[in-house]
Design a binder for this molecule. Structure first.
Ligand code: HEM
Length: 460
């Protein structure tokens, strides 16, 4: 039932619409196609026909949980060998999803966040120590690299009481390399016709298996260490000790391994991208940076060690983060499937189980929802009045419905805290020659972003 949905004009047998598309930038290619073809379109690659949706009206319909649900497909399905029925990759019907969701949700409550706050602050101070040294030596800082260290250490510490020692290493921790390897592999699998994968990807498959084995070994060691010692009531304690409030059931060891990998990956990769894009925009918009910095100075007064509430009250800085996630939602798409036979937008019939990919990065630029200047960076789009004036379901960086991001508040608190600390301490100096290049490995990252820093004289 696809005939009403536009597709690129020239289609090549077998390889489909890959002309003008690179394996390294599937999202940005889809954005280009979307701009040309409109709010719903399809692309074919190696026999797979994928329908993309980004129009605000259609996306709002897909957010209706009574008609649609999360679909585990493409990149998410390709991660099943690593994360199995862990929260992110579980099929809706798998019993371990509900069990783990109910057991872990209290780990993301406000009280839990307040408990993580001092640990987040301690990790952030390792970052500022490093940046102080780089600044004193007159070196530019590697933003994506250092944000990845920061967010990995934060989730490892708050979730699992573990220290990867990222800031003491000159190269990324092997865990990060293995993780990036599996994400990149999962993305590449989408671009290869299934039956040919064993042939075309022979070397990559072997590397991927080694990466998965490394992830498993690392996680097993973290869990084993905890079994013989008490934790501080973190996520891992919950996984090991908490029984379901109603059924009394517990997570099985194999499932705990999958959840730990899931949280280590989902809990840091997207947040580091969000922080990096926000720093890029702050460095390019000195007026926005000045306003955010004035807010930090006002709310924090004379302390450089803010409490939980002093982060929650940084309203303008939160808008800067939201606006960065609008333009570059670092998890740039999510898939929705029909619960029963239905008709999307009154014209596109969908059978039960049929699915479509919501292109968040384009939904966030739909002029119908965001205006003719949707490509412009402007945090004031998120002031309370502007938000009320917009239709619902137009801003979805954390997905939607029952399967939306469980770590949303965690990510927002961590990122706001870190941006506040950095703005308070440094002026961010952009390299005038840098042009934003977005690297893709399922998630997004501003590639090659470096900033020079100047220490601020603290203003009381
Ligand atoms: C799910 C984005 C941070 C853990 C999701 C989904 C999105 C998303 C779009 C839904 C995916 C889908 O529908 O297939 C983000 C972004 C983040 C972020 C943009 C940072 C800016 C985090 C953090 C954690 C986390 C910090 C953990 C501490 C998860 C988990 C799921 C999820 C476990 C699966 C939830 C379920 O299906 O029950 N995230 N996330 N995420 N996220 Fe996040």
């Amino acid at each position: 039932e696809l005939h009403r949905i536009p597709h690129p004009p020239r289609r090549v047998p077998l390889i489909g619409d890959v002309l003008g598309a690179g394996v390294r930038s599937p999202l940005q290619d889809s954005m280009r196609f979307g701009r040309r073809l409109g709010p719903i379109f399809r692309r074919k690659a190696f026999g797979k026909e994928i329908v993309f949706v980004w129009g605000a009206d259609l996306a709002a319909e897909l957010a209706d949980e009574s008609r649609f649900a999360k679909h585990v497909g493409l990149g998410v399905a390709n991660l099943r060998p690593v994360a199995g029925d862990g929260l992110f990759t579980a099929y809706n019907h798998e019993p371990n999803w509900q069990l783990a969701h109910d057991v872990l949700a209290p780990g993301f409550s406000r009280e839990a966040m307040e408990g993580y706050h001092p640990m987040m602050l301690a990790v952030a101070e390792r970052l500022t120590d490093r940046w102080d040294r780089e600044q004193a030596a007159g070196r530019a800082v590697d933003v994506p690299g250092d944000m990845t260290k920061l967010t990995l250490e934060t989730i490892a510490r708050t979730g699992f009481g573990h220290d990867f020692g990222s800031f003491e290493r000159s190269r990324p921790h092997p865990f990060v390399n293995a993780m990036v390897g599996t994400l990149t592999y999962a993305q590449r699998l989408n671009a290869v016709p299934g039956p040919l994968a064993p042939l075309l990807l022979r070397g990559a498959i072997r590397r991927n298996e080694a990466d998965i084995a490394y992830l498993h070994r690392t996680v097993d060691a973290v869990v084993a260490a905890r079994r013989s010692a008490d934790g501080e009531g973190d996520l891992l304690d919950r996984m090991l000790k908490t029984a379901h409030p109603e059924t009394g059931e517990r997570l099985a060891p194999e499932n705990i391994r999958r959840q730990v990998i899931t949280f280590l990956v989902a809990g840091h990769e997207t947040t580091s991208g969000a922080l990096s894009f926000a720093l890029h925009y702050l460095s390019r918009h000195p007026d926005v940076a000045a306003r955010a910095r004035a807010e930090v100075d006002r709310v924090w007064g004379d302390t450089d060690r803010p409490g939980y509430d002093q982060v929650a009250r940084l309203r303008y800085l939160r808008r800067v983060l939201d606006e960065s996630l609008r333009l570059w939602p670092t998890a740039p798409a999510f898939a929705r499937e029909a619960r029963q036979d239905t008709v999307l937008g009154g014209v596109h019939p969908m059978r039960q189980g049929a699915w479509t990919l919501v292109l968040t990065a384009m939904l966030h630029r739909d002029p119908q929802a965001w205006g003719a200047d949707a490509e412009r960076f402007d945090p004031d789009r998120f002031d309370a009045k502007a938000v009320r004036a917009r239709p619902a379901h137009t801003f979805k960086p954390f997905g939607t419905g029952a399967r939306a991001c469980i770590g949303r508040q965690f990510a927002l608190h961590e990122a706001t805290l870190v941006l506040g600390l950095l703005l308070r301490r440094y002026e961010l100096l952009a390299d005038p020659d840098y042009r934003l290049r977005v690297a893709e490995r399922l998630t997004l990252m501003p590639e090659g972003l470096r900033l020079r820093l100047e220490r601020r004289v603290p203003t009381p």
